[in-house]
Write a protein that binds this ligand. Structure first.
Ligand SMILES: *Cc1c(COP(=O)(O)O)cnc(C)c1O
Ligand code: SF4
Length: 338
């Protein structure tokens, strides 16, 4: 359902929801009727549990294998020293070699024409499979913003800037506005892409001020959201996307990560595509999970991934079938597997 006249959220709601995110496994367990305790707590050193209450509300009561819960709950499995799986997959701290592609502090460029700007290290939610969970954010801080903008200014081949993180929408409207105005002034930049999980995990982030910031740039705005399971989409995400759709010339896309025990089944992913479309969003990528240390529990083999994607192709119209892709360091684009 695309709402005809969607109302953005009041300005301060998201900040308090962000502060109020659940950070204790015991509390999460209490909310879900599950005995979650110390084991999980000890396992999360350096990357603690963090999940907004609105996202918890979409989890099923008393179900330890709930697909939304699995995305956020630290487990002992993460601490196992697994570095290689039977199918040959090797796990490391930086499997994408992002360090080799940093052109300046906070600017990562791998592909022609588009550069990625690490806008912040903060996220509203901590996803256990996150490929940047070991990222050295301290070397790419916002204090280096001027240097980052200078790098983008000097390279006239860059026509698209991708705001990433962390989650760029965790920035305040004022800070985001300053950044976007800086990009707006660079003549060769035409498109502003924002990779964000906030319309899904903290839909109240969509305020009138945010819409005004995005509406007042000459850059074409592309929002790439990140939902992995149809249960993540509800009336609030519909409202958030309906608001974002009213930004002049905006395009709304979604990328998902294929995760064992979360969404590794064709019917689930077909339902996700259909629900995204109902909310005005087109599926873009279905990513193979990156082989980041501590995430082997989510790993899906390429053979299985192709099988799932083929089965989706038999059921979905072409425009609702995301590209199954994997990131290989050094390639000119993401590798499309199917
Ligand atoms: C994924 C990625 C992009 C975007 O690639 P598209 O195929 O255009 O979506 C750009 N830069 C980096 C560093 C990336 O990892
Ligand atoms: S929101 Fe994105 S960057 Fe943040 S933890 Fe999740 S996957 Fe990682």
């Amino acid at each position: 359902m695309v709402l005809a006249d969607p109302v953005p959220w009041q300005p301060h709601v998201w900040r308090s929801e962000l502060r109020d995110a659940v950070a204790s496994p015991a509390e999460l367990g209490h909310m879900l009727g599950l005995p979650l305790g110390d084991l999980e707590n000890g396992a999360s050193a350096g990357f603690p549990l963090r999940v907004p209450r609105g996202f918890v509300a979409r989890m099923r009561w008393n179900d330890p294998s709930d697909p939304l819960l699995r995305q956020v709950l630290p487990t002992a499995e993460e601490q196992e020293p697994v570095s290689v799986l039977p199918d040959g997959t090797r796990f490391s701290v930086d499997p994408l070699h992002e360090k080799d592609f940093a052109r300046a502090p906070a600017v990562i460029q791998k592909y022609r024409g588009r550069a990625l700007l690490i806008a912040t290290s903060a996220c509203a939610i901590h996803c256990r499979y996150c490929f940047r969970r070991h990222f050295p954010y301290e070397d790419h801080g916002p204090d280096r913003r001027e240097a980052a903008l200078a790098t983008l200014r000097e390279d006239s081949q860059i026509t698209e800037v991708i705001l990433s993180g962390g989650d760029p929408l965790v920035l305040t409207d004022a800070s985001l506005g300053r950044l976007i105005r800086g990009l707006d002034e660079i003549n060769h930049v035409q498109r502003l892409r924002i990779h964000t999980r906030l319309p899904i995990v903290l839909p109240s982030r969509i305020t009138q001020d945010l819409l005004d910031v995005l509406d007042s740039t000459r850059l074409r705005v592309v929002i790439v959201a990140h939902a992995n399971h149809p249960h993540e989409l509800d009336a609030d995400t519909a409202r958030a996307f309906a608001c974002l759709a009213r930004i002049r010339g905006s395009t709304l896309l979604n990328q998902s990560v294929l995760l064992r025990g979360v969404n590794d089944a064709a019917p689930t992913l077909c339902a996700l595509s259909e629900r995204l479309f109902e909310q005005g969003v087109l599926p873009y990528y279905l990513h193979m999970p990156d082989a980041v240390l501590g995430t082997h529990g989510f790993h899906v083999t390429q053979a299985r991934a192709r099988q799932i994607h083929d089965a989706m192709g038999e059921r979905l119209p072409g425009y609702l079938l995301p590209k199954l892709a994997r990131e290989e360091p050094g390639e000119a684009a993401k590798t499309v597997l199917a």
